[in-house]
Design a protein around this ligand. Structure first.
Ligand code: MBD
Ligand code: FE
Length: 257
């Protein structure tokens, strides 16, 4: 058994037990929490609920040991597949042809500002109506997901369609927890997910947001996203998302683990 598990789990359990005692939680309340968790499982919302509640904390911890661009939450809707390398457009749904165009581009460098060629960026984001392909409404998983590789000078560029502020699925127990039980909302600012990988560099998972957008700074998933909030630039009618990444050496990753 892992030493970390032996160290952390008993402490976690003690903390939980302490709160239960402090508030003299009754058997009926315990049973209702029990039923709640069964509902989370039945709605298949375990990934959604865990990421909404805890991913931002794990990211905060990770960022203590990061130089360069800070990490952000991965969220529950990354699909771990060998997506094709895209050189021009992320595949978009035919019915979104009229949606706002978006250009995602930028440069990957190391800590010294030297361009990183051959870095691979996994990019994924929602449809213009706030759904994730491969997850919601049987939308083909090929849409709004793909990989780009940086060129000689560390640059990349890909076009897509603009995502909108995103309401996490709120008809289930995660939405109930946030909205009904805690009096919060269930929205995230519009965002684009990235996972940057390059040889000899520490992996970086993060997200870009739209400056001035609704829910920026008021995310139901508790991100602070002080970085990668991209000012509005329009080119030929397309919203340009200039997103640059500074990657630190992979040794830092090993040291942090
Ligand atoms: C998302 O799209 C997301 O990015 C997060 C963090 C949680 C729920 C849905
Ligand atoms: Fe997301």
């Amino acid at each position: 058994m892992s030493e970390r598990v032996k160290q952390i789990v008993p402490e976690l359990l003690d903390e939980i037990k302490g709160v239960l005692k402090k508030h003299k939680v009754t058997f009926a309340e315990y049973r209702s929490a029990f039923e709640y968790l069964i509902g989370v499982q039945e709605a298949k919302e375990v990934p959604l609920m865990l990421d909404a509640l805890f991913n931002a904390t794990i990211v905060e911890i990770e960022n203590e040991s990061r130089k360069g661009t800070r990490a952000d939450i991965q969220g529950p809707y990354y699909i771990d597949e060998d997506y094709p390398i895209v050189t021009d457009e992320l595949p978009s749904r035919p019915e979104d042809a009229g949606a706002q165009d978006m250009i995602i581009r930028g440069q990957v460098t190391d800590l010294d500002g030297t361009p990183v060629a051959g870095a691979m960026l996994d990019i994924w984001h929602s449809t213009p109506d706030g759904l994730y392909s491969g997850i919601h409404d049987n939308i083909d998983r090929k849409y709004y997901r793909g990989r780009v590789v940086t060129g000689e000078n560390g640059h990349y560029c890909v076009t897509s369609k603009l995502p909108v502020p995103y309401q996490i699925p709120n008809a289930g127990p995660t939405g109930d927890l946030l909205e009904k039980h805690l009096g919060r909302h269930s929205w995230r600012p519009a965002h684009i997910h990235f996972w940057a990988r390059a040889e000899g560099k520490r992996d970086l998972i993060n997200q870009a947001y739209f400056e001035g957008g609704e829910y920026v700074g008021d995310d139901c998933c508790d991100t602070d996203h002080l970085e990668l909030v991209v000012p509005e630039v329009i080119e030929d009618g397309a919203r340009v998302m200039e997103v640059n990444f500074v990657l630190e050496p992979a040794q830092a990753q090993l040291a942090a683990e």
